[in-house]
Structure formats: C-alpha cells, structure tokens
Write a protein that binds this ligand. Structure first.
Ligand SMILES: Cc1ncc(COP(=O)(O)O)c(C=O)c1O
Length: 368
C-alpha cells in the first residue's frame, strides 16, 4: 500500500525563485493584465513551440472555445457534430453559443470522433464539426477536412489534451478553422488557468483578438459582442517559466510511459491504446482499456487501486450524452463510446512519479 496518496497528476511548477523573479518584473512594471509584456512574449514563444502562424492567448480553455465558436458565426439553433467522449466544456461551449451538440460515436483505438460516421449525421441545420484530440490522439483530420469542404462546414478542434502534438512534423494547431488549447493546472503545460486559439487565417485571428477584449476595436468603437478573455501577467509569467521546463517533464513522462507499457502490456485483458508512428506524443495522459478477459471490471480495479491509496480516473465517465442536461439532445448509435466509457482508466502520470510507485501500481493491477 502506498504510504502517501498517489494522485492522477501533479501540476508542473517552476522553481519558486524563478517565479519570484517574474513577480518582481510585474511589481516593477505595475502592469497586471490587459496584454502586458509577459503576455506578448508568451504569445510569440508559443507560436514557435506549437508551430503555428497565428495564436491568441485566452484566460482559460473554455472561454477560448466559446470565442472560437462565436467568431465563426454559427447560426443560432444550428447543429454542431461532436464527440460525447470529452470533458463537459466541449458540448457546453456549443450550447452557450446557442447551437445544439449532435453526438457522434468514436473510434475504438484513438477514442476520437469517428469520421466515417459524421456524414450520416449532417442535416440542413449542421454548421460545424467539433473534434477533440482526446489524450493527444489526433482526430482523423484529413477525412474531417474533406467532409467539411464538401459539405461547407466549419471545423473546430479541441486540443486541450494535445499540447505540442505534431502530425508528420506539423503542429496540431494547423488543422481545421480554429484549434483550442487549454493551459489548465492539470495539463502538461500550464499557466495556472489559461488557453489559446490558433488559426491559419490572419483576419480570423484579428476578430478573435477583438472578441477576447469585450469586442473593443478601438478606444471609441465597440462593434462585436465580446467577452473578457484576457490572460493576465501572473498567468503569462507562469507560462514563460513552465515553457522552459516542459520538455524535461515530457522526457520524464516518456520514460514513465515506457515503464508502464513494458510492465502492463503482457497482462491479459489490459489494452494500451497506441499512437500512430507519424504522431508525436504530448505525454499528457496514460489511459488503459480494461477488456472482458481481465480478472475484474474497470470499476472494481479503480476501487482496488483506491484502497491502496492510488487514485486513478475514469476519464471520461459519464460520457457527455449521459449528462442530465443533454439527455434530450440528438444522438446517433453510440455503441463504441457506451462500451469504452466503462473500460477506460487513466493512471497516475507525471514526471516526478517515482519508478517504485509506478511499479507498485503495475503490481496491484497484475495481482488484482
Ligand atoms: C477536452 C477538454 N476540453 C476543454 C477543457 C476546458 O479547458 P479549461 O479547463 O482550460 O477551461 C478541458 C479541460 O479542462 C478538456 O479536457
């Protein structure tokens, strides 16, 4: 039994002295928010890290997604085809924009929206597709792009789990019309709370920048109904420091992933979903899938680990179509997601999880 509780993650934090230096700059400048120096430096640095042309920082991923849907001007009452295998923020942002989420089933291996099932859900009311690169597994961006072009639909990606993921060396923020990233404390790279939007179209980025600042275009002109999406200097300072250390964190997680995979891959009934060779891993989560031939169910394994002070997460259970607020929404046959939601379990995954603890987790799973 673990002596201390082992949680699913630990936030990435710089050395406190380094953050204090950042704070001294803020005290000296007396500039706390509203597009300060740290904000602007972080925005530029992130463009290089994510390999994108246009990037707008936002104060959290949910506001970023709200703005992404708003800037695309999706008609009120229109339908947005999305995945139910995601965090609540994804369908909630669709609904807050006055649109309806239409839940589509997922792929068994990547657990992302099943692109082959999207077309059958398109109606005259469909305005967009919102895919989620869940656990850093990219959606089938090529297929989705083809469908969207053919059916004249907008495409938004939720890349909250896919910081720095690349497909064939291309940053994941280059697909679709707009991509959202979350920099929440639990994410690989964090600004405490925070996020950003990336897009290829410069005009769209300019509109995003206006919407994140209440719709203010200039001192006396407010044309759009914007929101407060501004990232403050304290968040940006955390981002600047975490940018210096996130690659090292990724390397540690890579080693942890290899350790887990080597220990768990021979256990009957444990499936480890695999990324394709052309995709670089973000190392944000470590999900396993509990198959029928494992000795106990996912829920029993979750409880067993908990009894040993090891806290895993049934992420995502329940799925979004199970929420009370979406019970009456339109959805198709969700066979795969209704199965996976009872099988997936995310294991503790962070750079400083020591090998002895990881070994103990694997031993509990092996001997359950
Ligand atoms: C898939 C997904 N979408 C959206 C969000 C919302 O991001 P934020 O917490 O930064 O608002 C999260 C996580 O928190 C997420 O996991």
């Amino acid at each position: 039994m673990a002596n201390t509780n082992i949680y699913i993650t630990k936030p990435l934090l710089p050395k406190i002295e380094d953050y204090k230096k950042e704070l001294e700059d803020i005290w000296a400048s007396m500039w706390l928010t509203n597009f300060g120096e740290k904000h602007n430096i972080l925005e530029n640095k992130l463009k290089d890290v994510l390999k994108v042309e246009n990037l707008s920082l936002i104060n959290n991923g949910t506001t970023a997604l709200l703005i992404a849907l708003k800037v695309l001007d999706l008609p009120i009452g229109s339908e947005v085809i999305t995945t139910p295998f995601t965090f609540a923020a994804t369908p909630h942002c669709i609904t807050w924009n006055g649109c309806k989420p239409v839940f589509c089933d997922i792929e068994p291996e990547t657990m992302t929206i099943n692109a082959d099932k999207i077309e059958s859900l398109i109606t005259p009311k469909t305005s967009a597709i919102l895919g989620v690169h869940v656990y850093g597994f990219p959606c089938d961006v090529e297929k989705i792009d083809k469908i969207a072009k053919k059916r004249k639909l907008k495409v938004i990606y939720d890349a909250a789990h896919a910081f720095s993921t690349e497909i064939n060396g291309k940053g994941i923020g280059n697909f679709g019309d707009i991509t959202m990233f979350s920099f929440h404390a639990t994410k690989l790279f964090n600004t405490i709370e925070g996020g950003c939007l990336t897009c290829k179209d410069k005009t769209l980025k300019e509109k995003i920048n206006i919407l994140r600042d209440f719709g203010i275009q200039s001192e006396e002109v407010i044309e759009d109904i914007g929101i407060n999406g501004k990232m403050n200097e304290f968040q940006a300072a955390m981002g600047l420091e975490n940018l210096k250390i996130f690659r090292e964190e990724q390397q540690k997680r890579k080693e942890l992933k290899e350790f887990y995979s080597q220990k768990l891959s021979d256990i009957k009934g444990i499936r480890i979903p695999k990324l394709s060779d052309n995709v670089s891993d973000s190392y944000q989560y470590y999900p396993i899938v509990i198959e029928d031939d494992f000795s106990v169910s996912r829920d029993e394994l979750h409880e067993k680990l908990k009894s040993k002070n090891i806290y895993t997460r049934k992420y995502f259970y329940p799925a979004c179509h199970d929420y009370e607020c979406y019970k009456n929404e339109i959805y198709s046959d969700l066979k795969v997601v209704n199965d996976i939601k009872h099988r997936v379990l995310c294991l503790p995954f962070y750079g400083n999880l020591d090998i002895a603890a990881a070994n103990e987790i694997c031993e509990v799973i092996a001997n359950v």
